[in-house]
Write a protein that binds this ligand. Sequence first.
Ligand SMILES: C[S@@+](CC[C@H](N)C(=O)[O-])C[C@H]1O[C@@H](n2cnc3c(N)ncnc32)[C@H](O)[C@@H]1O
Length: 216
Amino acid sequence: MDPQFWIKAWKEGRTNFHQDQYHSKLVEYLPTMALIKGQKVLVPLCGKTKDLIWLHGLGLRVRGVELYDEAVRAFFEENGYPRPQITQDETYTHYAHDDIVVSCGDFFKLNENDAYDLIYDRGALVALPPPMRRAYAEVIKRAVKVGGGYLLIVYQYDASKMQGPPFAVDDDEIHGLYEDRFDIRLMESKRPDNEGARLAAVESLRQNVYILKRRS
Ligand SMILES: C[S@@+](CC[C@H](N)C(=O)[O-])C[C@H]1O[C@@H](n2cnc3c(N)ncnc32)[C@H](O)[C@@H]1O
């Protein structure tokens, strides 16, 4: 999806993806992943999600990446950190408070190898149209450490019934993108509630939760 699509969505307040609570599947599944304090988590395409706060509350070092700077500023402001420290490199403007860093810029430019113990992906892979997903998956595969985890939440539905985003991403595609590097477990596949009228209207809608483990 073109960055302008997202900037326009933010400016026009079309941000139904944003939730005021922590994501229930993060809260349910993360404790099963046996992370320890001080480990590093990456949250791609993070918007202003409160899930960054929840992850930080576990003692994890949290890094989000988001392209829209007003969303990044709003995240710190709305969570009681109005003056994050701001630094700049050639790729990103980094906003930091304590062990939460949100890097403002293009996720596809992230060039980190074996850096993260966990990737948390909600509303990220499904935000991208099919032609962009392979490149996205390559960044993810590089970024996570061997032995590291990837908690991935996607939607699956009959794509003739709704135009994304959020796009439908089925099980075959998850395997096609990730099975060369990850062991993949589908933890649950259920019709979600509280997803807003547009998604709720799609009869075939399911929310699939995966836990992937990097092998090599
Ligand atoms: C569907 S929203 C999900 C946000 C967040 N994960 C959540 O659960 O609330 C997708 C977000 O990705 C951001 N985004 C889209 N393309 C991006 C890119 N190439 N690099 C960084 N952020 C991007 C958008 O601005 C938007 O905030």
